[in-house]
Ligand binder design. Structure first.
Ligand code: ADP
Length: 464
């Protein structure tokens, strides 16, 4: 069974807190108890020693008398705390003895201590021990003190209360932490699961063909924000692809319909002997077939380029030489359109595929000629940079509207459809250029002003 994220997170947090609290309680309890036992045992030992210090001055060496009232008061006070004392003089004759004084009380107190300890500490192994201390005045022994108490330690009622309240605090902290962990788990899970659920919903919509949907509101978690952006980007790409696909179908149909209709109507008229098959009419049919075949060959070229296995036969290629060769190829067309084409710059050698790079320059120059009216200027310049070479193709043609600029490298995208049909472009020349430049790890960019001209810049790294 699949558990919800909130249940899993809360459960995880509670388990972590439980482990942490148990570990803290266990170690704190045993450490505190250990330290406390040590402290109490030391306290009890030093208290016994202090008693000797307090009782020694109770002997008056001048009169040879003991201050029995004081000793009695002190003894009874000590008895209440669990110390049974016995005072002897220098000859070891008993001066004051708690047991003699109140045997029943002594036994009662001893019984209280041992039963309390045994009840709360079943592992407690206390024995009633008697320690003897010398009572001295100016270095001379004036008597002895026997102090009997439970060894190694025993706890009074208030000391037990102190330990109990420590445990209670740990328990309360533990319970509060568990509740806090469960709440934190639920809150965190909500924050995480809401954008995930939204992403699922949006991707489902996308899979059903709704490419215009977007995940609008930003998400606070970095990874989820990346996911949101990725989903939006995917939707955008699919939307663009879908538009292009639709456009491609309609473009291909549109492009082919006119020449096919022309050829078929002319052939029909000739077959029905309405028209004479004159060389001019056959020439016209031949031209229309040429248009069809150029569209088909463009499609074929694109398929090849987009097959992704654009394998490059790399060798040193001088962009300046290549540009001059392309210029020479277009000489007749330039003359026909009354255009002047200049090639400037220095020789710049890149490591690339000569045939493909030739195609790049051909396409760019062909466009520059195609979209220039008579009498303009074309300029090709090569820049040799330390790690790259730049090729710039500039024209003074019709330019590209700003709204079209981001799309001109897309398949079958043509800025001005009606005009471009006349120019004969199918809208894949720049797609091919971009694919080749990218295969060389290069970049291509365009700046253009409508009515003023365009400037295409290709930058190719020298070593790829
Ligand atoms: P086409 O075969 O239509 O020329 P391209 O992919 O080569 O296709 O170019 C895409 C579109 O970009 C063209 O239809 C045209 O609108 C625009 N374009 C490309 N180069 C230029 C240029 N030098 N001057 C003006 N417009 C251009």
């Amino acid at each position: 069974m699949k558990r919800k994220l909130s249940t899993q997170l809360s459960l995880g947090f509670v388990i972590i807190v439980l482990i942490a609290i148990s570990l803290i309680s266990l170690t704190a309890n045993s450490l505190i108890n250990l330290q406390f036992e040590k402290y109490v045992a030391e306290q009890q030992k030093s208290l016994s020693e202090e008693m000797a210090g307090v009782l020694a001055p109770q002997y008056d060496s001048d009169t040879g008398e003991w201050n029995l009232d004081y000793i009695h008061g002190f003894g009874m006070y000590a008895l209440k705390d669990g110390y049974i004392i016995k005072v002897y003089d220098a000859e070891k004759t008993v001066v004051w003895d708690a047991e003699n004084h109140d045997m029943t009380l002594c036994h009662q107190i001893m019984l209280d201590i041992s039963s309390r300890m045994e009840e709360k500490r079943p592992e407690w192994d206390g024995t009633f021990l008697t320690c003897r201390y010398n009572l001295t005045q100016n270095g001379a022994i004036v008597g002895y003190l026997d102090v009997s108490y439970y060894s190694p330690y025993y706890f009074s009622e208030s000391e037990f209360r102190f330990l109990d309240s420590l445990n209670q605090i740990l328990f309360i902290v533990g319970a509060l932490s568990i509740a806090g962990a469960a709440i934190a788990g639920v809150v965190l899970a909500r924050r995480l699961s809401a954008p995930i659920a939204k992403t699922t919903e949006i991707t489902r919509e996308i899979s059903e063909g709704n490419y215009s949907i977007r995940f609008e509101s930003a998400v606070g978690t970095q990874e989820l924000e990346e996911l949101r952006k990725a989903v939006n980007h995917m939707a955008e790409s699919l939307e663009k692809q879908e538009t292009l696909r639709r456009q491609l179908t309609s473009d291909v149909a549109h492009e082919l319909r006119t020449p096919i209709a022309n050829v078929s109507s002319q052939l029909e008229a000739i077959l029905e002997e309405v028209w004479e098959p004159t060389p001019e009419r056959l020439q016209s049919c031949y031209q229309e077939l040429g248009r069809i075949s150029s569209i088909v060959s463009d499609l074929e070229k694109l398929r090849q380029i987009e097959a992704e296995n654009l394998s490059l036969k790399k060798e040193p290629v001088d962009l300046l030489e290549l540009s001059q060769a392309v210029r020479a190829t277009f000489e007749p067309e330039l003359e026909r359109k009354g255009l002047i084409c200049t090639v400037t710059g220095e020789s710049a050698v890149v490591w690339g595929d000569q045939k493909r790079l030739h195609q790049v320059i051909m396409n760019l120059v062909s466009n520059a000629i195609k979209y220039s009216s008579g009498g303009g200027q074309l300029h090709l310049s090569i820049e040799d940079q330390p790690t790259a070479a730049a090729l710039i193709v500039e024209d003074q043609g019709c330019g590209i509207p700003e709204t079209d600029l981001p799309f001109i490298f897309e398949r079958f995208y043509r800025a001005d459809r009606s005009r471009n049909r006349k120019t004969g472009g199918a809208g894949i020349g720049l797609t091919i250029v971009k694919a080749i430049v990218h295969a060389h790890n290069g970049t291509i960019s365009v700046e253009s002003q409508e009515g003023r001209g365009s400037r295409f810049t290709v930058v190719l790294p020298k070593k790829t």
